[in-house]
Design a protein around this ligand. Sequence first.
Ligand code: ATP
Ligand code: LTN
Length: 331
Amino acid sequence: MAKRILSGIQPTSDSFHLGNYLGALKQWVELQEGNDAFYCIVDLHALTGEIDPALLRKRILSSAAQLIALGISPEKSTLFVQSHVAEHNQLGWIMECIAGFGEANRMTQFKDKSAKGGADSARVGLFTYPMLQAADILLYQAHYVPVGEDQRQHIELTRDLATRFNTRFGETFRIPEGYILKSGAKIYDLQEPTNKMSKSSGSAAGVLEIMDTPEANAKKIKSATTDAGREVKFDEKEKPGISNLLTIHSALSGKKISDLENEFAGKGYGDFKGAVAEVVVDYLKPIRTRALELLEDESHLVQILHAGADKARTVASATVAESYKNLGLVL
Ligand code: ATP
Ligand code: LTN
């Protein structure tokens, strides 16, 4: 039987970056084949950061265009926007009433993000974010949740909440499993290669964006931080910058890292960076072009998203009804 897949991504930047793509979105595309995939642009989660209405609207549409351009097919999978399906809020509240304050307080993403602006100024929504994420997943009775390594803790919490609910109130939710790429999944900032490539905390020159011009991306790769040595060798401790570029090249070209080390033996960093830039540009260029085309016809794009939301709602509303009934709410 086809497995149900669910994942989500926040529309919090003008462009997805290569970390998003290699850590998560590339798997989304692969998992469409032979599975019943639901992919959600989690705009409500994006409200936990700074809110700029005009920008948010633009970014939701741009996210949809990029997802389609990089290979998410609205025919093969269900592509939708979280706020179009009110059931996310409904089950989100239930999850908040199941979760303990202590376990929520152990979420490292919350600790990291709230520490940045000072814990007192963090929004309540940032704290309850993982419970809304649990709802996103459980609504669709997902078997697998493809995400990057940094989301492991949220998936564990989701499993704990679902198990607790089922034990206490009767079988309601499927217990989902994370689907986490083991190698090559984590991409680092080009300027600070010990930090992950990140749209919110990355350095502008260290993040490779899908919607950037090919020239801008090539320039960023050519000025990436490397160590003082000359050898193109994978060594994350001693050579985080070069190792990161090897990971990127290998993931996009399909060549093995050991083969790349041989290919660039004795060639120095300049040649290697030139080759990485070429691979990245060739890969991203057609994706950017297609996304820009899709953004030219906004009403068509919104129509695709509404159709996705209609499909999603059918599944989500059945789960909410079941959970309400099991909780003793009068339907
Ligand atoms: P933020 O900086 O706002 O936390 P982000 O850039 O980390 O955002 P998210 O929207 O949190 O991006 O993540 C989208 C998906 O991409 C997630 O599944 C996440 O695990 C994955 N991801 C994000 N950054 C990386 C990275 N550098 N390497 C691998 N995967 C990543
Ligand atoms: N928290 C995730 C985004 C996210 C998500 C989800 C991922 C929200 N809801 C449901 C998978 C399933 C992140 O920051 N990457």
